[in-house]
Design a protein around this ligand. Sequence first.
Ligand SMILES: CC(C)(COP(=O)(O)OP(=O)(O)OC[C@H]1O[C@@H](n2cnc3c(N)ncnc32)[C@H](O)[C@@H]1OP(=O)(O)O)[C@@H](O)C(=O)NCCC(=O)NCCS
Length: 165
Amino acid sequence: MSDARFRAFRWSDIPAVTEIYRHYVDETVITFETEAPTEAAMAERFGKLLDLKHPLIIVEQAGNVVGYAYASFYRPRAAYRFTCEDSIYLHKDLVGQGVGARLLDELLVQSRAAGFRQMLAVITAERKNSIRVHEKAGFRFIGHYEALGFKFDRWLDIVHMQKAL
Ligand SMILES: CC(C)(COP(=O)(O)OP(=O)(O)OC[C@H]1O[C@@H](n2cnc3c(N)ncnc32)[C@H](O)[C@@H]1OP(=O)(O)O)[C@@H](O)C(=O)NCCC(=O)NCCS
């Protein structure tokens, strides 16, 4: 069992979160981004979350930043304003230790408190660990979309899951 703990974001976390995310952009199909964002770009993204008062959680272990999670608007148009999408990125060395489920539970609490009513999870279909973590948190399977992404020379399916908050 990991002793990772959760806390609020600080600007000094930007280099670590940029590095954590870079791995998933460069090496995996978990995110459909293909160019890793710079620290400045990540600071801009996180700044927008703070401005909008959206949930943003940092995972820390032994004084190091080892993951993050946030909820943000599913789509920008106004009628979607009660619907969020989650993003969770644990450092690759922390995967498989059960921290994701705890982190998602905390994100659900904070998303409810922020006024969101529905959470969508948009998951690369082959990522069974992420689907399982969402299932365990009470998300329902909504749909499987074929070949929505193309990365590393192959087509990728997407699964949508949903939970009422
Ligand atoms: C996805 C993520 C949040 C999951 O959190 P985690 O703490 O690593 O989750 P764990 O691997 O400990 O547990 C996941 C569950 O999936 C199961 N699982 C793992 N691999 C699996 C597979 N190939 N098939 C089926 N189930 C699998 C585990 O057994 C566990 O289920 P259990 O609790 O019922 O035993 C985390 O790994 C992460 O941040 N990964 C990188 C980024 C990412 O994928 N983000 C999600 C984007 S939607």
